[in-house]
Design a protein around this ligand. Structure first.
Ligand code: ATP
Ligand code: MG
Length: 643
């Protein structure tokens, strides 16, 4: 077990500042791969081990059960067992269950819906609409957005128009379906995921005795991926805090890709305003990717516009050099897919495990052609993030069995996923030989494999995680090249990443019509690029089918590989020390593209447009020079102006 000094060792200087910052509001603005989880887990452990806080008084929240379980494991290793690390959902669920008798007049918590689609379909029928499955699903997403944004049916139309939503049906009709859906739910005595969070909010806001108990329990809060918080979750956080300020948030505005679900980076952006006493720490050293990948990531995001681009951070690669990212253009999609499959086969033959390779695309429909090409090339693959998996009957049945299971704890370890599934007839050693039966067995086996990858989750938490994935259309990963949408790839990493189909109309996707929507698409590419540790490939096909209509490459892909402009071979420290005063690596936030002129006396003005640079940017420049002089490894992509 680590002692306090070990907790501080192995941190870089900025991480150390974050870890040791005094109690009170702390905002860590951190780029992809900069060790956010490391910083927050070490902070918690440091505070617990040095006696500043008690483990049981800390609540760490994040957005996936996988991230929460990882946090618990790391905290355990750092000697801070007993800290609660949960998803918003799991924390809310636990709280609502615990207080249920007080909240629901002595009754248990109402049953939680796995999916809205069926009830939304019924609600649409009540509203006199004929909808197919796709429309029902889009309506369900729209209702989810409204609820996460704290918008009631009556206010839906106005709110949707203000948020520039493009609802699947006329807004007044959506509002009607939403209202019917709420009524149907009440009539059936069930609640959905948003209701559960609402119940947790209501429990604290309306019940002083509950509030007192909850606030006595939780005194120190940590939120990971804070850019993903939605108004409903923020309100729950505020309810828990009750005006107190011992809150650490970590976020990366450049990875905000869930705005369409109601997530709002404004809480991250405005953190300092909401908490004027806050300490703000920035992490920019990237420990995940090669400098070549980092260089491209910086190039992609440097052209960001709009509010969030203010919080953009220039990453500094810390890993040894790797191959340049490949940018390829093909005649048509089958040709592109065949080339990607062939390259995957080469990588695997060269020793890269298939599970360390991912092919990422913008829309799920793009995956078909890759499935075909991989099958043709004999490369195993797994689908990640398609809705089909959770729509399968056997998966729905298995989830039902998990929810319904109230079995006796086996051997005293907690009721297991295995035990629950065996109860409904699934046997790990009884795989049918083939056909549809085999397929069904495989689906359940994938659930079991998923559960095994999260050994610290209780059955209840595992079920909640499945329901969340079903809602987000995440799929468990087994051995094979991962095929995933960019959205589902968030937070994950692979040695080799293929970003495919990077054409106008696909990225940005055709329905991204507002400037904000286009910026979100740019951030999606940034998230995609930063998933790669080592090998990165970007490609685009000029036409969908052979001889088909031609399309332009995505505007977000830099027209030339970053190598020419931004990636230089690493230099040694001595060589840099003499030139460090002339190092510039920041682009002007007004004109975006322009590098800031490096001469010391010219600081304060952009070289390519007439803007004055703001203080924050200047502070970063000064900080960069100091840091460059101090670090052993020189970031490879930093641009040196000529002496
Ligand atoms: P994302 O934004 O993609 O979620 P992240 O900021 O959460 O990324 P992590 O996944 O926590 O980044 O860290 C990336 C990798 O860098 C991890 O493998 C982590 O162990 C490693 N790492 C973090 N800090 C350091 C450090 N100071 N020294 C060495 N490795 C580090
Ligand atoms: Mg992370």
């Amino acid at each position: 077990m680590a002692d306090s000094s070990e907790i501080l060792a192995g941190l870089d200087p900025d991480q150390a500042v974050a870890v040791t910052a005094p109690a009170g509001p702390l905002c860590i603005l951190a780029g992809a791969g900069t060790g956010k989880t490391r910083a927050i887990t070490h902070r918690i452990a440091h505070r617990v081990r040095s006696g500043q806080v008690r483990a049981q008084h800390v609540l760490a929240v994040t957005f996936t059960a996988r991230a929460a379980a990882e946090m618990r494991e790391r905290l355990g290793r750092l000697g801070a067992d007993g800290v609660q690390a949960r998803t918003f959902h799991a924390a809310a669920l636990r709280q609502v269950r615990y207080f249920a008798p007080r909240l629901f007049s002595g009754r248990d918590m109402p049953e939680l819906l796995d999916s809205k689609a069926r009830l939304v379909g019924a609600a649409a029928t009540r509203a006199g609409l004929r909808t197919d499955r796709e429309v029902a699903r889009d309506l369900a997403s729209e209702i989810e957005w409204a609820k996460a944004s704290l918008v009631e049916p009556d206010d839906y139309a106005a709110a949707a128009s203000k948020a520039m939503r493009e609802p699947p049906l006329d807004a007044a009709k959506v509002a009607q379906v939403y209202a019917h859906y709420e009524r149907l739910k009440r009539a059936q005595g069930v609640i959905d995921f948003e209701d559960m969070i609402r119940a947790a909010i209501w429990a604290v806001e309306e019940h002083p005795d509950v509030a007192e108990q909850v606030r006595a329990q939780y005194r120190h809060f940590v939120v990971d991926e804070y850019q993903d918080v939605n108004p409903m979750q923020q309100r729950l956080l505020d309810a828990w805090l009750g005006g107190r300020e011992d809150l650490t948030v970590v976020g990366d505005a450049s990875q905000t890709i869930y705005s369409f679900t109601g997530a709002s980076a404004s809480y991250l952006v405005d953190f300092k305003r909401r908490h004027p006493a806050a300490t703000v720490v920035r992490l920019v050293r990237d420990y995940r990717s090669t400098p070549q990948v980092v260089g491209l990531a910086n190039a992609v995001i440097s052209r960001a516009r709009g509010d969030l681009s203010r919080l953009r951070l220039e990453l500094v690669g810390q890993r040894p050099a790797g191959p340049e990212p490949t940018v390829r253009i093909f005649a048509d999609e089958p040709e592109e897919a065949a080339a990607v499959a062939a390259r995957c086969a080469e990588l695997i033959a060269g020793g890269t495990p298939a599970r360390e390779i991912a092919i990422l695309f913008r829309v799920n429909a793009q995956s078909e052609v890759y499935q075909e090409a991989l099958a043709e090339a004999g490369v195993p693959y797994v689908l990640h993030g398609t809705e089909r998996f959770f729509d399968r009957v056997e998966v729905r049945e298995a989830m039902f069995a998990l929810r319904a299971y109230r079995g006796e704890p086996a051997d005293g370890l907690v009721p297991t996923v295995h035990a629950a599934l065996e109860r409904v007839g699934w046997r790990p050693d009884a795989a049918p030989a083939g056909g549809a039966q085999r397929e069904r067995w495989e689906s359940v086996a994938a659930l079991v494999a998923l559960a095994e990858g999260m050994p610290t989750l209780s059955l209840e938490e595992f079920h909640a995680e499945l329901a969340r994935r079903a809602a987000l259309q995440h799929v468990p990963t087994v051995e094979g090249v991962t095929l995933s949408s960019l959205h589902s790839a968030k937070g994950l990493e692979w040695d080799a990443v293929f970003l495919v189909g990077l054409a106008e109309g696909t990225l940005p996707v055709i329905h991204a019509r507002t400037p904000d929507a286009v910026e979100e698409e740019r951030r999606l590419l940034y998230v995609g690029v930063t998933r790669a540790r080592h090998t990165l490939w970007l490609s685009h096909a000029s036409a969908r089918t052979p001889g088909g209509r031609s399309r332009r490459p995505s505007r977000f892909v830099p027209s030339s590989a970053p190598s020419a402009q931004a990636v230089r071979k690493p230099l040694d420290k001595a060589a840099v020390a003499g030139r460090v005063r002339r190092v510039m690596a920041v682009s002007c936030r007004v004109c975006g593209a322009g590098l800031v002129n490096g001469a010391e006396r010219k600081l304060g003005r952009c070289a390519t447009c007439p803007s004055d640079l703001d203080e924050e940017l200047l502070a970063r420049l000064v900080d960069w020079r100091a840091r460059l002089a101090a670090v052993q490894k020189v970031p490879a992509f930093v641009i040196f102006t000529d002496v």
